[in-house]
Design a protein around this ligand. Sequence first.
Ligand SMILES: [Cu+2]
Length: 172
Amino acid sequence: MKPLFRAAVLGVLISLTAACNAENDAGKAAAPKAAAVAAKAADSVKVENPYARAVPPGQPNSGAFMTFVNTGDVDHSVKSAASPVAATVELHTHTNNNGVMEMRQIPQIDVPAKGRTELAPGGLHIMLIGLKQDLKAGENAQITLSFEDGSTTVVNAPIKEVTPPAMGGMHH
Ligand SMILES: [Cu+2]
């Protein structure tokens, strides 16, 4: 219990520090930029191989996948995503509930320092809910990712046909 609590406090302190820095930066907007500025999450986390799942016309939902690569020495996390192609965009994972794969929303997707986090069918994904347009293979879906420090990355995900993971495929 105690180490967990300490980690939580440390996390809060780090976020507080980050918030203070952000405030200071905003306050000094008119002043010349400081020489050294902490790297933003959006600069440290690279996005590799993004794609969105093509769906037949009339299908209400789809998913997008990509790999996050954290090149920095600080843990980062994706807190939310948005896209002009969907009314709602959520961060999701799959859990195996007695052999039944179920999806659920998660508050964030962590990308550890010097680490990578892969989003893939059957696992972590960005859920596109309430599609506003057909997702046709060969086109692109723009997705904006927001990180824990408020920085953002715009990803242009090619739309591709994706074969869903076979039911029961986990048992091979
Ligand atoms: Cu989902």
